[in-house]
Design a protein around this ligand. Structure first.
Ligand code: M6R
Length: 624
C-alpha cells in the first residue's frame, strides 16, 4: 500500500507530485506529504494527516515556487497511527535527507535501537524513519563533510550511502530519497514493492504506478526487485543492490491519462461499472475465434502439452479476484477440468499438495497483492507452473508468474473492484474454452457456439446497465437497512458473495453472501421481518430450488429482491425485481453481478459514504 511520487525536471515539483498523489490516492489515503528543495531556503516539507486535497491547500499557502525536484507520498498506515508526524516524507536529524517509503521494514526496531544509541532523534513511530537515519549515518561514515560541494563528488557518495543502508534492511520497500546537498539527483530503490520510473524529455519521474505520470510520459521502466535507480533530469541509471550497473529498455504504456479520470461520472466506481462492456470486449478481443487457440497460445506462451497433461487447476486470489476464481471453478469444471480455489492468504499449507500436474492460476487486478505473490512463490517452490490473470503490465506478478494473461480493463481507480472483476471473469471463460479445445473436452461446434454467446455479452451488459434507475429505486428503499443477505446457487453463488462484499466495503453495513441451499442449515435464523434479501434467480437448472429458498426466506419475513431474466421472472414471487438479459446459464454471472454492483453503489451514495476511498481500505494490499 501507499503511493510514492518523485519528480526532477524544470517544472515546479509540487504541482506534479500532488497531481500524481491524487492519482495514487487509491493506494492509501490516511495522510500524505511532499518534500522538495527550495534553492534559496533549503528543504521544503509539507505534510498533513488526511487527504491530498488538504495537502494541496497547505502548499497553496506556502508554495515551493522555484523547486524543481521533490518526492511525495500518500499513506496507508501500518506502523504508527495516521498523523502528521507519521506522514511521509521522513527526514534525518539535520533535515537534509528526506525519504518516502512503501512497504514494511521488518528489522526497523533493531536498526532504530542502534541509531538511538548513537544519538539520533526520532520524530515518528514509523518503521520508515529508521531508514532515513540509517542513510544519514552512512553519509557520515563516508566523511562527506570534507568533500567538495560538487555534484560529481557528492552524488556517488549519496548513492553509496543509500546502497549501504539498503543492504541492512529486511522486509519490503519501494523508496525515493532526496538529499538537500545533492538536488540534481533522486535515488529510487525497490524490493518486493512496486516502483516505476517515467522517462520524459528533460524531466523524469518516480512512482508506485504509471498512472501518476501518464499525463507527462508514456515511457516507463519497471524496476526489478533488488534494483536502484539514480534519476536526474536528463538521465536515469540503473544498478543492482551490489552497485553494478544494469540495463533496462523502456516500455510504452498503452493506457492514457484520461482513462484514470472520472469523465463526467460522480465517482470512479460508477464510471468503472459503466466501462464494463468495454472491459469484456477488450479482454475477449482476438482470443476466442478461430478456436484453434493459436493466437492465445502465442500470446500467453502456455505449452499445449502442459494444458493437455495437467490433472487440475488451483486458483489463488484475494477479495473480489477470489470471487472471480470461484466462478472460474464452475467454468473449468463444466469442461471437465477439476479445479480448486483458495484465498491466497490461506493457501500456505495447501501449497505443499500442488506439483507439476496442477496449474496454478493467480488472479490479481493489481498484480501486487502481497498474499497472492506469497502464495505464488510457495506454489512455484512445490513445482507447479503459474499462470497470472492480471490487469497490470509490469506488476510483480507478471514477473514472477510463468505465463501471463492480461485483462484489458484499463486503470481501475475505485477501491471497490468492478470492471477488473468482469475482466477476470472474461479471462476465465477465454481460458476455459481454450483448455477445453486443446484437451478435446468439447466439440468444435459447441466451442464455437459458446464463443458466439460470449461475444454477445458486452451488448447484454449494456442492456443490464440500462436497468440502473430501477436498481436506484430499490436501493433507496433499503438505504437505512443495517443488514443485507445475498443468496444464490451454483455459478451465481460467488456473485452473492461479491454483492455482499461490495456493500460491506463501501457502505460499512453488515452483508452476507450465502449459498441459497445452505440457509436452512443455520443462517436462516438471522432473517427478521423486513430484512432485505437479494436473490439471484435467473434461468438455470437450479431455478426451482432457488424459488424454494426465496419462499423460505419470505416465510420468515424477508423482503426479497429477485435478480431475474425475462423468463425466470414468471416463476419467482418477490417484492422487487431487477431484470437482466437472458444468456447461457454458465455465462450468467457476467450479467447478474451488474445490478449488485449498482445496488451497492446506490446504497453507499444514499449513506453519503466516501465511495471511491472507503474507510480503512486501500486499493492494492501490499502487506500480508
Ligand atoms: O489487486 P487484487 O485483485 O489482487 O486485489 C485483491 C483484493 O484486495 C481486491 O479485490 C479487494 O477485495 C477489492 N477492494 C474488492 O472490491
Amino acid at each position: 500500500m501507499c503511493g510514492i511520487t518523485g519528480y526532477i525536471g524544470e517544472k515546479t515539483a509540487t504541482d506534479i507530485l500532488v497531481d500524481g498523489l491524487k492519482r495514487l490516492e487509491y493506494r492509501g489515503y490516511d495522510s500524505c506529504g511532499v518534500a522538495g528543495i527550495n534553492p534559496e531556503k533549503g528543504l521544503y516539507l509539507k505534510r498533513v494527516s488526511g487527504r491530498v486535497d488538504a495537502l494541496d491547500a497547505l502548499i497553496a499557502k506556502d508554495p515551493l515556487k522555484k523547486g524543481t525536484v521533490g518526492i511525495g507520498h500518500t499513506r496507508w498506515a501500518t506502523h504508527g497511527v495516521p498523523s502528521e508526524d507519521n506522514a511521509h516524507p521522513h527526514t534525518d536529524c539535520k533535515n537534509e535527507v528526506v525519504l518516502v517509503h512503501n512497504g514494511i521494514i521488518e528489522n526497523y526496531l533493531e536498526i532504530k535501537e542502534q541509531l538511538l544509541r548513537t544519538g539520533h532523534k526520532f520524530k515518528s513511530e514509523t518503521d520508515t524513519e529508521a531508514v532515513v537515519h540509517l542513510i544519514e549515518e552512512k553519509i557520515k561514515g563516508l566523511n562527506v563533510s570534507g568533500a567538495a560541494a560538487r555534484s560529481d563528488v557528492l552524488e556517488p557518495m549519496f548513492f553509496e550511502a543509500v546502497r549501504r543502508a539498503i543492504a541492512e534492511l529486511k522486509g519490503s520497500f519501494a523508496m525515493a530519497v532526496l538529499w538537500a546537498r545533492c538536488p540534481g539527483m533522486l535515488l529510487a530503490a525497490r524490493q518486493h514493492s512496486p516502483l516505476v520510473i517515467g522517462l520524459g524529455g528533460g524531466e523524469n519521474f518516480i512512482a508506485s504506478d504509471v498512472s501518476a505520470f501518464l499525463k507527462y510520459t508514456k515511457k516507463a521502466v519497471f524496476l526489478n526487485d533488488g534494483e536502484m535507480a539514480a534519476v536526474k533530469k536528463d538521465s536515469v541509471l540503473y544498478f543492482n543492490f551490489q552497485g553494478k550497473k544494469v540495463e533496462h529498455s523502456p516500455v510504452t504504456i498503452q493506457w492514457d491519462s484520461t482513462m484514470a479520470e472520472k469523465g463526467g461520472y460522480k465517482h470512479f466506481m460508477l464510471k468503472e461499472i459503466h466501462e464494463q462492456p468495454e472491459s469484456v470486449e477488450n479482454t475477449l478481443r482476438g482470443r476466442l475465434l478461430p478456436l484453434k487457440g493459436d493466437i492465445l497460445q502465442r500470446e500467453i506462451n502456455l505449452p499445449s502439452e502442459l494444458i493437455r497433461n495437467i490433472k487440475g487447476v488451483q486458483i489463488i486470489a484475494c477479495g473480489t479476484a477470489y470471487h472471480a476464481g470461484l466462478v472460474g471453478r464452475y467454468v473449468f469444471e463444466n469442461f471437465g477440468l477439476p479445479t480448486s480455489v483458495d484465498f491466497a492468504s490461506e493457501f500456505s499449507d495447501r501449497a505443499k499438495i500442488v506439483n507439476k500436474d496442477i496449474l496454478i492460476i493467480a488472479v490479481s487486478q493489481s498484480g501486487e497483492t502481497a498474499d497472492t505473490l506469497y502464495a505464488v512463490r510457495e506454489a512455484k517452490a512445490s513445482g507447479a507452473k503459474v499462470l497470472a490473470i492480471t490487469n497490470t503490465l509490469g506488476s510483480t506478478l507478471t514477473r514472477e508468474a510463468d505465463y501471463v494473461l492480461y485483462t484489458h480493463c484499463g486503470p481501475e481507480i475505485g477501491v471497490a473492484s468492478t470492471k477488473a472483476f468482469i475482466g477476470q471473469l472474461a479471462a476465465m471463460y477465454v481460458l476455459a474454452i481454450h483448455f477445453a479445445v486443446i484437451r478435446k473436452n468439447i466439440f468444435d461446434a459447441d466451442a464455437r457456439e459458446y464463443a458466439n454467446e460470449l461475444l454477445k455479452i458486452p451488448r447484454l451488459i449494456e442492456a443490464a446497465l440500462e436497468g440502473s434507475d430501477a436498481v436506484l429505486k430499490i436501493a433507496e428503499h433499503f438505504a437505512k437497512s443495517e443488514h443485507f443477505l445475498f443468496i444464490a446457487r451454483h455459478i451465481n453463488f460467488p456473485i452473492a458473495l461479491e454483492g455482499a462484499l461490495k456493500i460491506k466495503e463501501i457502505s460499512y453495513v453488515h452483508a452476507e453472501g450465502y449459498a441459497a441451499g445452505e440457509m436452512k442449515h443455520g443462517p436462516i435464523a438471522i432473517i427478521y421481518k423486513g430484512m432485505p434479501v437479494l436473490a439471484v434467480a435467473t434461468t438455470s437448472k437450479m431455478l426451482s430450488l432457488v424459488a424454494n429458498n426465496i419462499e423460505e426466506a419470505k416465510a420468515r419475513g424477508a423482503e426479497v429482491t429477485a435478480i431475474v431474466d425475462e423468463d425466470s421472472r414468471k416463476l419467482i414471487k418477490a417484492s422487487h425485481y431487477i431484470t437482466v438479459p437472458r444468456t447461457a446459464e454458465i455465462l450468467s454471472p457476467l450479467l447478474t453481478v451488474i445490478p449488485l454492483q449498482l445496488f451497492a453503489y446506490f446504497i453507499a451514495l444514499a449513506k453519503k459514504c466516501d465511495i471511491d476511498k472507503p474507510r480503512n481500505l486501500a486499493k492494492s494490499v501490499t502487506v500480508r
